[in-house]
Design a protein around this ligand. Structure first.
Ligand SMILES: [Zn+2]
Length: 330
């Protein structure tokens, strides 16, 4: 087999211990940001791509793969960056992808100690392994942002639409969510321990973008998300308009919740992503070990399917589907 190496691997990559936008000249910068050390005393470094515009403007941070197996955000960022030019940019775009480097290398959601980083923010400088890593992400990277777009996907055994979680009572976050025109927007307060919640506590306008399914690079969702992020930069006055997109048909939800099983078996979920469900409509069934329908589940109220389980192995308390209740929060 013959492979060709188009770009020298070590070209113009700077090793840094903290993002310092002030000292960077306008232009494109490839950084490796140290976030800790591994068991061989080697630094754990996340790739951070900075495009600092020639004109002043806000700092927009984009993070992907805080959950290591949530990959779609990475090609989304790559696609966005190919079309950004420092000469035309007002402000700075900082993209860190993947953020959870140990998890990414293991194809796993969690950090190397098995903990979910996105429940541990803002982290602790003297805590356990994942708390220290979360703290480094906040202090060395995220606190320097004015805006945060945190890219995720569904978890293992589940699938998601292209949807945004944002606190829609915050006007700046709500506008940002709407201009990205995802398939669905769900009003949701950044809960304790999430990167979004910790960033909001620092006054950073933050939203979470959920892009489809884990451990995948899904072409259409990547293209749509990348175009949406570009529209977000345009909305913030950082880039000029390039291409007109079709008018959004985003469904807004004032709240959402998961339905769970109350038993175990083989789970069959009937609707598809983005289907609209009537109240009382059958949405799933559990088959017992003899092949008989064991339990059936109905939608407790009308809504739209935001995400759903695909893993058929259910125990008591397994997720069935994520139902969004339509409506705008003012
Ligand atoms: Zn995630």
């Amino acid at each position: 087999m013959k492979s060709t190496q188009k770009f020298p691997r070590r070209a113009a990559i700077h090793l840094v211990e903290e993002l310092d936008i002030e000292t960077l000249p306008p232009g494109t910068h490839r950084l490796r940001l140290e976030l800790g050390e591994d068991g061989t005393s080697a630094p754990i470094r996340a790739p951070v791509h900075v495009i600092k515009g020639h004109k002043p403007g806000p700092v927009v941070g984009i993070t992907a793969a805080i959950h290591g197996n949530e990959v779609n955000g990475i090609p989304t960022i790559h696609r966005l960056y190919r079309r950004l030019k420092a000469e035309e940019l007002a402000g700075t775009v900082v993209a860190a992808a993947p953020v959870n480097v140990p998890g990414f290398l293991r194809n796993q959601r969690e950090y190397s100690d098995g903990k979910d980083l996105n429940r541990l923010f803002p982290g602790k400088p003297d805590g356990h392994e994942s708390q220290v890593y979360a703290h480094a992400i906040m202090q060395r990277l995220v606190r320097h942002f004015d805006y945060l777009l945190d890219l995720h996907t569904a978890s293992f055994g589940r699938i998601n639409s292209l949807y945004i979680r944002a606190d829609m009572t915050r006007p700046k976050a709500a506008e940002l969510a709407r201009v990205i025109s995802p398939q669905i927007i769900v009003h949701n307060l950044g809960s304790d321990g999430t990167l979004r919640g910790a960033a909001e506590d620092l006054g950073i306008c933050s939203i979470t973008v959920e892009i489809g399914n884990p451990q995948r690079a899904q072409g259409k969702l990547v293209r749509d998300s990348s175009a949406g992020l570009r529209d977000a930069l345009e909305h913030l006055g950082m880039v000029t308009s390039d291409e007109e997109r079709a008018p959004p048909d985003t469904i807004e939800c004032k709240r959402s919740f998961w339905l769970y099983t109350d038993g175990g078996g083989i789970l069959e979920v009937f609707p598809s992503l983005r289907d609209r469900i009537e109240q009382g409509q059958p949405v799933a069934q559990l088959i017992n070990e003899w092949g008989e329908v064991h339990r059936t589940y109905e939608a407790p109220e009308a809504g739209v399917v935001v995400g759903m389980a695909t893993n058929p192995v259910a125990q008591s308390g397994s997720r069935i589907l994520h139902l969004g209740v339509e409506g705008r929060v003012e």
